[in-house]
Ligand binder design. Structure first.
Ligand SMILES: O=C(O)C1=C[C@@H](OP(=O)(O)O)[C@@H](O)[C@H](O)C1
Ligand SMILES: C=C(OP(=O)(O)O)C(=O)O
Length: 404
């Protein structure tokens, strides 16, 4: 199968194109709540955006935010990437920009970004709670050196880096704690390079983005559900468009399935997973690929021994506390699951018929639905929350599994 475009790459490419000189064309664009939020943000930055959803393309004529004069207001809905990438871009504008989101995003942390933007010269108002949305930012930031913690989210660093070339003094970030989700920062530098700006993972010199024709890869985090489905059912699936050169760290979820005993083959264009035989439990650090931790929890239920996941304490600050959520829900189905400060342990078992709560988290819905492939009576409450990144998920899952 070919999955919809990567959320993470779509939202980076939309922002770089919105800040670029000239007209860019993006293909393979994801259309989901998170990328619609970024489409709105690009327009608020002054870009002219033309959408062809049927063709999965967007053309963007960029604008220089440093020339802005009018106040703007942006609603990021539930999208962490939109909000964390946009705030530094709003801080390039010598006018006031207000950023808000829905209740789920209002509960997520922004403090490190607020502090960093103040250090870089912006005025940031926190009308509600310190370090939470809504926030109002007035620039322009001058740039320069800035300390930043890395242990909560890599999105703060990615957002600062993307705005960095338009800062007078460029940007040099000094991490004050170890960085999580590292492959996403590598991805940021790669997308910036495609739009003509060279950045390393911590800094960038003053320069301008150039318009580009840019093809977006399919979403590797979304692919994890289908690769897992093959492992769980003993079936086989090929996900196209995710070859060895993928910009997405989450393609490495296939390595974890391989360690568990699934057969994995990789070509220049895709990944094939063939299940069958016994799945072994694993002990794995997922700090680089944490969006696939809940997927792994669903696979772990079907293994022959315990699975221990480490390194992901920070996923308590995502759409919900994902460690508590996945452990609570699996226990409700009678599975032996244990929460740790930095992850969880899942012991194999037979899930009882259960209506799962998703806590409004798209990845809870998509991951727990995999249990239905081997067990009857699995129901997902509020399934529409998948629209955050993958509106067609349930249709695609039933299409693929019906073929088996
Ligand atoms: O930069 C990105 O595109 C993302 C980074 C990760 O977040 P954190 O850096 O907060 O872990 C990931 O969970 C999110 O889905 C997308
Ligand atoms: C954490 C996620 O999204 P974001 O941080 O971009 O809202 C996700 O998609 O799992």
């Amino acid at each position: 199968m070919r999955l919809p475009g990567s959320k993470s790459i779509t939202n980076r490419a939309l922002l770089c194109a919105a800040l670029a000189d000239g007209e860019s064309t993006l293909s393979g664009v994801l259309f989901a709540d998170d990328t619609r939020a970024m489409l709105g943000a690009a327009a608020a930055l002054g870009a002219q955006v033309t959408v062809d959803e049927a063709a999965a393309t967007v053309t963007v004529r960029g604008a220089d935010p440093r020339l802005a004069t009018a106040p703007v207001s942006v609603f990021a809905n539930q999208s962490g990437t939109t909000a964390r990438f946009l705030l530094p871009a709003l801080a390039l504008r010598p006018a006031r920009g207000v950023l808000d989101g829905d209740a789920q995003l209002r509960a997520r942390p922004f403090g490190p970004l607020v502090e960093a933007l103040r250090t870089l010269g912006a005025r940031v108002e926190e009308p509600a709670e310190a370090g939470r949305l809504p926030l109002a930012v007035t620039g322009p930031v001058h740039g320069g050196r800035v300390p930043l913690p890395g242990h909560l989210s890599s999105q703060f660093l990615s957002g600062l880096l993307m705005a960095g070339p338009l800062m007078r003094d460029g940007l040099a970030v000094e991490l004050t704690s170890p960085l999580v989700s590292v492959p996403y920062v590598t991805m940021t530098a790669a997308v910036m390079a495609a739009f003509g700006v060279q950045a390393d993972g911590l800094g960038v010199a003053p320069s301008r983005y150039r318009a580009a024709e840019y093809a977006i890869e399919p979403d590797a985090s979304a692919a994890s559900y289908f690769l897992a489905a093959a492992a769980i059912t003993g079936g086989r699936i090929t996900v196209a468009g995710l070859g060895a050169g993928s910009l997405q760290g989450d393609v490495r979820f296939a390595d974890v399935l391989e360690r568990m005993g699934a057969r994995v083959s990789r070509t220049a264009d895709g990944i094939t997973v063939t299940g069958g035989g016994t799945l072994r439990g694993v002990d794995v650090d997922m700090a680089d690929i944490s969006d696939t931790a809940q997927t792994l929890a669903a696979v772990a239920v079907h293994a022959d021994g315990p699975t221990r996941v480490r390194g992901i304490g920070f996923i308590r600050e995502k759409e919900t506390d994902r460690l508590a959520a996945v452990v609570t829900e699996l226990r409700r189905a009678g599975i032996d699951a244990e929460e740790h400060a930095d992850g969880f342990t899942i012991r194999p078992g037979r899930p009882a018929p259960t209506r799962f709560d998703t806590y409004g988290d798209h990845r809870m819905a998509m991951s727990l639905s995999l249990l239905s492939l081997r067990s009857p009576g699995i129901e997902i409450d509020n399934p529409r929350c998948v629209a955050k990144t993958y509106p067609g998920f349930f249709a695609d899952l039933s299409r693929v599994t019906a073929r088996a």
